[in-house]
Write a protein that binds this ligand. Sequence first.
Ligand SMILES: [Zn+2]
Length: 432
Amino acid sequence: MKTPTLTLVAAAMLLASVGCAPKPTAPRVYEYRGGRWFNGQTFESRDAYVANGMFVAKPSAPPDSTIELNGKFVVPPFAEGHNHWLEPAAVQTYIQSYLRDGIFYVQDQGNPPAIHARFDSLLNRPTSVDFISANQGWSGPGGHPVQIVRQFVAFGIFPPTWGDAGFDRNVVMVVRDSADIAERWPLFMAGKPAFVKVFLLYSEEYDKRRNDSSYQYHRGMNPALVPEIVRRAHAAGLKVSAHIYTAADFRNAVNGGVDLIAHFPGTGYDEKLGLAAFKITEADAIASAQHHVRVMTTLGWLREDEYAKQRDVLIRDVIRPNLALLRQHGVPILIGSDQFRQTSAPEAQDLVKMGLFTPAEMLVAWAVTTPQSIFPLRHIGELRPGYEASFLALDGDPIADFGNTSRIGLRVKQGVVLRIKEPVPAFPPLGK
Ligand SMILES: [Zn+2]
């Protein structure tokens, strides 16, 4: 039987008469021609196609427009796994400097909800940075990071009341026992945290330090409380990240069930404790692998003058052996800097210069593993159909010379070609 042929006009009238919307027009297809695309190991010369902000397979019809990449080296965008965006008045500087450095994904490891609420509407969109926050971190009385809260009060950035008792609940959840956790948990959840941050510092000396004012800020929460916070977090579908310094902190965090270690063991080095206190064991590395824990670098402090004398010994006897153990057991290493007013770009460059990462290892950690760890449900960090069309086109091969990661010729985020406002506005002076 022959089906009757409908003219277009008749079809449109029919659609209109039954109240259907007309079929949407096909999406515009963009061709990126002549690039060399990172496949997780090496660069392949090919063309790529983008429609509706996603990579798509080569379409059968000709593309709507073509962008010539002239042999540029295309990589997924970079990530910052550990920073704190605490200055609403400077948020454009943060956004533009991160986009300039090719860093599209930020995991804020502690930020008062009332602070980031002032700029949330500017984030998580194709032309800006994608940002998640742990909100109020969990610490103990007299613990880190209350001294930083007080600095920000002195700068006039945080309200004066947060310098006294107001830091508790607004900035940090200060807990001594499980009753304190239970009492603060509903308020914490009301702020819609993306994950949970707990603070462990020198936790092998928790009992010694807890009531000694000479250790004010050089302590964190009671490590025995970690499992209770992890239980509540996991029940709410949230991962837990732990601030750690010593090997004992690392062990308490892993055994307590956390998902992420937010500092590399050896950070917070204190010569009174000695090098051995900062060296993890093979059993620690095995436990991390078994519990699927990831470990973040935050090693930019090694640049600081106060560590100049011990730097080589620290790298040789603590950082390098810890890194070797974690790698040997397949623990993913993520890139985060925890450097105020900086991006993770200096961190990534320094770790390559120090010989702790090869350029290829750093490229995978910075552009694949870290973004995928921050946003595990998104299709990011790979440059193939079905993934978000977000990428950087570099003017040189970053595996041959990692410095080429700063020679960014084109930035595309979710299909949108970004225009960076250069120069990036300067940070305002700190303090009043
Ligand atoms: Zn931090």
